[in-house]
Design a protein around this ligand. Structure first.
Ligand code: F0G
Length: 457
């Protein structure tokens, strides 16, 4: 059998509302052509993020009812701790309310001014937390990561020679940890190979450095290793996952991704002293160590979600669905970044609207048109997001100007995604000669894409 089906049936449904093109145009106008400002009720298919937007299973909901809400030492914490110990092999497990809370704790205990953190590619919040502690956050991806036409199977890999060079330049004493983000979100969930992680571990061992994983999408990454890495096909997902965690001294996880929950996070640290410090900080700002700012029911949902995500039928469907969307778009001539990653498909804005000048935000124009045409909400990851050079005031030209279609877990059917493809094809066919994009009505400072507003040119 070649058809990849959803390995679940539907027990509870949430209606989504069809809108007319006129209603969507009015909503866009009101939102200043910024899709973050469009109310969710006016969105038909919401592909803004895969974070905290997934559907929970019946066992997760049953766990929610079993949640033990005792302040300290709850049964739900015991279950959560045991599951994470089993999967990761770490003895010390801290729950947090989401990924960035884990990152904040990590950098408060290991970060500081004058230090440098290399990573294959920091996610925005990881970079922000590293920098907030005074660290310099350095991205060291392989060259293929920046080439949209490269078909490298592990585009998320870290550039190991560049890491060696950076360690030589900066000095071991100024590097509190080397980080690897699995999968690399910035490329739409591009995986990191086991071979690459072993090589980075070897470099860390030689220099006596810590290795910390940002493991939000650890199961999707393991699926790619099983699928694409020579010699890995016969191994089970839990085996691969365990080997990956065994390489690390610390781990931050946003459980809103592969934890399959709407809220939650995890911090793992092997070192006893660091763990004690992080525990004290957790109590200071998040909550006691057996709930970390969450309810007991959230810990139950996480314990169940972290187990469900390891199921091969689930991962085949999950990664297969995202790949299918990419293949359909490509068949229709929509320019996308290849190979498709684990959780998102990127449309190349510059190729989609080749005549729209860079300063008029082609990828943002793609997002706007997808919403107008089909009520589909995507997010721009390109010239608008990246902002201006603080020295020159010029708009920065990112390597790629992209519109991200991010797929929530277990939420949309193939037909929903066919609708997305229809919308993209209709926009492409009808507007290929389009030559004008968008101009700022109000340009927000800092991260521009949440608050800025535009007008159409
Ligand atoms: N690390 C990675 C790789 C992420 O993708 C995210 C979140 C975080 C850390 C932070 O986790 O949101 O729970 O605090 N990514 C979301 C996204 C927001 O849309 O890609 P958080």
């Amino acid at each position: 059998m070649t058809t990849i089906i959803e390995p679940f049936r539907i027990k509870s449904v949430e209606p989504i509302r069809m809108t007319t093109r006129e209603e969507r145009e009015a909503a866009l106008d009101k939102a200043g052509f910024n899709l973050f400002k469009v109310p969710a009720r006016d969105v038909l298919i919401d592909l803004l993020t895969d974070s905290g937007t997934g559907a929970m299973s019946s066992e997760q909901w049953a766990g929610m009812m079993r949640g033990d809400e005792s302040y300290a030492g709850a049964r739900s914490f015991e279950r959560f701790e045991a599951v994470l110990q089993e999967i990761t092999g770490f003895a010390h497990i801290l729950p947090t309310h989401q990924g960035r809370a884990s990152e904040r704790l990590l950098f408060e205990v290991i970060g500081g001014p004058g230090l440098v953190v290399p990573n294959n590619a920091h996610f925005d919040t990881t970079r922000a937390n590293a920098e907030h502690s005074g660290c310099e956050a350095v991205d060291l991806p392989i060259a293929e990561a920046k080439d949209p036409s490269s078909r490298h199977p592990f585009k998320g890999n870290m550039n190991v020679p560049a890491l060696e060079a950076r360690i030589g330049k900066v000095g071991v004493e100024r590097i509190p940890a080397v980080m690897i983000t699995i999968t690399n979100n910035r490329g739409g969930g591009q995986p990191v190979s086991l071979g690459n992680m072993r090589a980075v571990r070897e470099v860390c061992d030689r220099h006596g450095l810590r290795l910390v994983l940002d493991a939000c999408r650890f199961a999707e990454n393991a699926w790619f290793i099983k699928l694409r890495e020579p010699g890995q096909a016969h191994r089970t997902i839990p085996e691969i996952v365990r080997e990956v965690f065994d390489l690390a001294d610390g781990v931050t996880i946003s459980a809103k991704k592969d934890g399959m929950v709407n809220i939650g996070g995890v911090l793992l640290l092997r070192d006893e002293t660091l763990f004690q410090k992080a525990s004290e900080l957790l109590i200071l700002t998040e909550g006691y160590v057996t709930y970390g700012g969450l309810a007991g029911r959230d810990l139950e949902a996480m314990a169940q979600g972290f187990q469900e995500v390891l199921d091969e039928d689930y991962l085949r469907y999950r990664v297969g669905q995202v790949a299918q969307l990419g293949a359909w778009l490509e068949e229709e001539g929509v320019p996308i970044v290849r190979p498709v990653g684990g959780h998102a498909v990127f449309i190349d804005g510059r190729l989609f609207f080749p005549d729209i000048p860079e300063d008029e935000f082609p990828a943002q124009a793609v997002c706007v048109e997808l919403y107008k045409e089909g009520g589909v909400r995507a997010v721009e990851i390109g010239s608008n997001l990246i902002g201006r050079n603080p020295d020159t005031g010029e708009n920065i030209r990112p390597a790629m100007d992209l519109c991200r279609l991010t797929i929530p877990r277990r939420v949309y059917s193939s037909e929903h995604l066919e609708h997305v493809v229809d919308a993209a094809k209709t926009v492409l066919d009808g507007q290929h000669s389009r030559s004008r994009g968008l101009a700022f009505l109000k340009e927000a400072q800092g991260i521009r894409h949440f608050a800025s507003t535009f007008r159409e040119l």
